[in-house]
Design a protein around this ligand. Structure first.
Ligand code: SAH
Length: 239
C-alpha cells in the first residue's frame, strides 16, 4: 500500500428510519427516537469482533456520504446554522461535500446482538438508510468529552419548532398502523429540516420519509410552529 492513499471497505451497513436525506437531523443525538441497526459485514459479522464493545454507552461511527451529489469537492460551504448566507471553509463545517466523503457520528449503543446475525442497536442516529459504515470505535469519555471545548456559533443545539398535528393527520396516522412512533415524527420535524433559503413560504408542504411513512408538514416562522398535515404509506426513497 502506498503511504499516501489507502482503500477502505465497509465493515457494516446502517439500517435507519431515514429513507431520504431530507429530514435527517444535521447532527447525531438530536433525535433520540431515531433508532438504527448497524449490521456487520463478513468477516466482521462474528461475536469475536464485537466482544467487549457493550462496555461503552456510546460509539463513534465513521461512515460514507454515499448519496452525496457527485461532483467536485467544494472548498467551502454555507452551514444551515448560519442561515445559509455565510460561506465557510470545508474543514470549518460538517458539510457532506468533503474530500474523502467521510461522516463521523457519536451514537448511543443500546444493544449488541448476535442474532440473527451480529448487529448493533443504536440511538440518535443521523445516517441515511443503507449507509456504508467504515469503522466503529468506543466513545471514551475521559478523552472524547472535552469539558473546556467551545464553538463560537454552534455552542447549543438549534432552537426547536413546536409541532402540532391537524385532526386529519391524526386520523390518517392512526389508520395506517405503522411501526413509526408519533414521537419520532415530532422530534424530526421539530429540528426544522427545511433548507435556510425556503423559510419564507408558510403554505409550502414539505415531506419527510420515515420507515414506511411519508409525512407532510408546513412551518409558520412567525409562531415557530410546524403543523403535520398529511401522512401516507410510502416505500420509495433514495436509499
Ligand atoms: N454527523 C455527521 C453528519 C453531518 S452532515 C458528520 O458530522 O460527519 C449531516 C447530513 O448528512 C444530514 O443532514 C443528512 O442529510 C446527510 N447524510 C446522512 N447520510 C448520508 C449518506 N449516506 N449520503 C449522503 N448524505 C447523508
Amino acid at each position: 500500500m502506498d503511504s499516501k492513499s489507502q482503500t477502505i471497505t465497509p465493515i457494516a451497513v446502517a439500517q435507519t428510519p431515514y429513507r431520504d436525506k431530507f429530514g435527517i437531523p444535521r447532527q447525531p443525538n438530536l433525535v433520540s427516537k431515531a433508532i438504527g441497526k448497524i449490521w456487520l459485514n463478513a468477516p466482521y459479522n462474528q461475536a469475536e469482533a464485537l466482544a467487549g464493545l457493550e462496555a461503552a454507552s456510546h460509539i463513534w461511527l465513521i461512515w460514507g456520504f454515499h448519496k452525496a451529489p457527485p461532483g467536485q469537492t467544494r472548498l467551502s460551504s454555507r452551514p444551515p446554522r448560519l442561515g445559509g448566507n455565510e460561506k465557510l471553509g470545508v474543514f470549518a463545517t460538517r458539510s457532506t461535500h468533503r474530500p474523502n466523503g467521510l461522516g463521523l457520528s457519536v451514537v448511543e449503543l443500546i444493544e449488541v446482538n448476535l442474532e440473527p446475525t451480529p448487529h448493533l442497536v443504536v440511538g440518535g442516529i443521523d445516517l441515511l438508510d443503507g449507509t456504508p459504515v467504515y469503522d466503529i470505535k468506543p466513545y471514551l469519555p475521559y478523552v472524547d468529552r472535552v469539558n473546556s471545548a467551545s464553538h463560537d456559533w454552534a455552542e447549543e443545539a438549534p432552537q426547536k419548532l413546536t409541532v402540532v398535528a391537524t385532526p386529519q393527520f391524526v386520523a390518517s396516522f392512526l389508520a395506517l398502523k405503522s411501526e413509526v412512533e408519533m414521537s419520532l415524527i415530532e422530534e424530526v420535524v421539530s429540528f426544522d429540516p427545511r433548507p435556510a433559503y425556503h423559510r419564507d413560504q408558510p403554505e409550502r408542504v414539505y415531506h419527510v420519509r420515515l420507515c414506511d411513512l411519508d409525512v407532510g408538514f408546513r412551518v409558520d416562522d412567525n409562531s415557530r410552529q410546524a403543523t403535520l398535515t398529511n401522512v401516507i404509506h410510502s416505500t420509495e426513497g433514495d436509499h
